[in-house]
Ligand binder design. Structure first.
Ligand SMILES: [Fe+2]
Ligand SMILES: [Fe+2]
Length: 187
């Protein structure tokens, strides 16, 4: 999908100006085209958590990662990204999420995955119901004893936009929705 995603990014800014290629965890849909991005954006670095850098990225990627620790921020100029370690939530030891603090946008990866291909870009209507329906059909969570505490850490950041990787981006009280997800996962 690299050519399609590249075309979409180019509608926002020239791809060669990208400085970071960020992702949540190591899977094909998260970072399978990482080296292609590093090639078209010569000033860019992979951006991920310490575990991803240690276990995979510093071996797989064509340039070393900028690896963030839990809670660390990275200034992009007008915007600031904060990294949250979320090991095994929803899956993968190296999993984590980036949040943009000025717009309070949580790039929430596989959380709230909604099945199907036809989705509005942004919605304020319920995404928890559709994402729970998808999870019950194809559960992709690790279900560890830390699930609720990690979701609470994300809720405490009080995101107002949940940028889902699969499905519509959601606007609303993100803390409330993350806590509702915790209730579904560990009743
Ligand atoms: Fe994933
Ligand atoms: Fe995914």
């Amino acid at each position: 999908m690299f050519p399609l995603v590249r075309e979409a990014v180019a509608s926002v800014l020239p791809v060669e100006r990208l400085r970071y290629i960020g992702f949540s965890h190591v899977e094909a849909d998260e970072c399978g085209s990482l080296n292609e991005w590093l090639a078209v954006a010569p000033e860019s670095s992979p951006l991920c958590g310490k575990v991803a850098a240690l276990v995979s990225i510093d071996d797989m990627a064509d340039r070393p990662a900028r690896a963030l620790t839990d809670g660390e921020t990275l200034s992009l100029g007008k915007h600031t990204m904060r990294w949250f370690d979320t090991p095994h939530l929803p899956h993968a030891w190296e999993c984590g999420f980036l949040m943009e603090e000025q717009t309070r946008t949580l790039l929430c990866g596989d959380l709230f995955t909604q099945g199907g291909a036809e989705h509005a870009a942004i919605t304020e209507s319920d995404i928890l119901g559709p994402s729970e329906a998808f999870r019950h059909a194809m559960d992709y969570y690790a279900h560890t004893q830390n699930t609720r505490a990690i979701l609470e850490k994300l809720a405490s950041a009080e995101p107002t936009t949940l940028a889902c990787m699969h499905g519509s981006t959601w606007k609303g009280d993100g803390a409330k929705l993350l806590r509702a997800l915790a209730d579904e996962l560990s009743p």
